[in-house]
Design a protein around this ligand. Structure first.
Ligand code: LMR
Length: 334
């Protein structure tokens, strides 16, 4: 009798064990933008390919639009292991103590995606990712969004138009300096709070690629948008290092493949997504869009590029030089 109940107990235990082994590994992927953006689409693509390549052994749950965590909280959650994957913008790594990522925020340092990719797909990008490891974070990929424009409720034709304006920025000292040289008042704020802050007049304006501008409905609360393309906004896809290294090797390889494919897909659609968003803002008729003349753009460059020199001590003069070398950018040729 005793033996029988022991056997029954053992069988039940084995069943529970088998069920647990069948449970997929869950990766919570939190981000702050809409699903219908380059980052949102790349994250969903990654989730789909991860499920396919691991044959269901991994389930990636994507939480868009700050539904799980806001900007600052999500980085803390990653370090604590409450989420396993994020793709914060490169402007948001300063609070982690990795100031070098703010080099991407330097105004006009990249003229186009090709120049940018020389850095993100090259050795400088790899060196930057390595800086995350002592923080318990593993960098998996660079994902593109696009080039930022300024918006406000008053027209922006020249740098002096932003004087005295309260401008929302991400938590980057480079962006803070960029606003200061324009005579604007920078206000750091979580992305999820920007719409309301613009609506209520807590801030007067902001900067973002058009895909974010449109999907957050900022065109409803900003009358003017000037296509300055004055800076790049993109992401580092990151994971908790301990979690990543603790994964079975075969699963990790499959997830690396899924990430590679998601990166190709996301970076392949980013430009077009921003172009489509621009058309949608135009069609809304709510925001007047201004394309600066060559002369107007040069005026912005002349005011903003000196931020590079000013921020050398923050992001590293050598790092700035290595980007100039990779892209051929020459600040003296303005
Ligand atoms: C912002 O806060 O403006 C952006 O970083 C949001 C994002 O993730 O694209």
């Amino acid at each position: 009798m005793k033996l029988k109940s022991l056997l029954v107990g053992l069988a039940a235990f084995a069943l529970i064990g088998a069920a647990a082994a069948d449970e997929p590994i869950v990766i919570k992927f939190s981000h702050v933008v809409a699903q219908d953006t380059p980052k949102g689409k790349a994250a969903d693509f990654f989730a789909k390919r991860a499920a396919e390549l691991t044959q269901g052994r991994v389930k990636v749950e994507v939480y868009p639009n700050s539904t799980l965590y806001k900007d600052k909280e999500e980085l803390e959650a990653l370090q604590l292991g409450a989420v396993q994957m994020l793709a914060p913008s490169l402007a948001k790594f300063g609070p982690l103590g990795v100031r070098e990522f703010e080099v991407f925020d330097l105004p006009y340092i990249f003229d186009n995606y090709q120049d940018l990719h020389k850095v993100t797909y090259g050795p400088v990008g790899q060196q930057l990712m390595a800086k995350l490891e002592p923080k318990g974070i593993k960098g998996l990929a660079f994902w593109d969004n696009g080039f930022k424009s300024f918006s406000a409720n008053t027209p922006i034709r020249q740098p002096s138009n932003l004087k005295g304006k309260k401008m929302r920025i991400q938590s980057s000292k480079v962006l803070e300096e960029q606003m200061r040289v324009l005579g604007a008042i920078p206000q750091v704020m979580a992305f999820s709070e920007v719409y309301q802050a613009l609506q209520t007049g807590v801030v007067d304006g902001t900067e973002n690629p058009i895909s974010n501008f449109y999907t957050q409905k900022m065109h409803e609360v900003q009358k003017y948008l000037t296509l300055t393309d004055h800076g790049y906004l993109g992401y580092a896809v990151i994971t908790n290092k301990k979690f990543w290294e603790g994964l079975p090797a075969d699963i990790r390889t499959q997830l690396e493949q899924a990430m590679k494919e998601a990166t190709e897909y996301g970076n392949g659609i980013a430009k077009e997504e921003n172009e489509k968003a621009l058309e949608l803002v135009k069609a809304s008729g709510k925001t007047e869009i201004h394309t600066p003349t060559a002369e107007e753009k040069l005026a912005f460059k002349r005011v903003l590029v000196p931020v590079h020199k000013k921020m050398e001590s923050r992001v590293g003069a050598d790092l700035i030089q290595s980007i100039y070398q990779a892209t051929g950018f020459d600040p003296s040729k303005l």
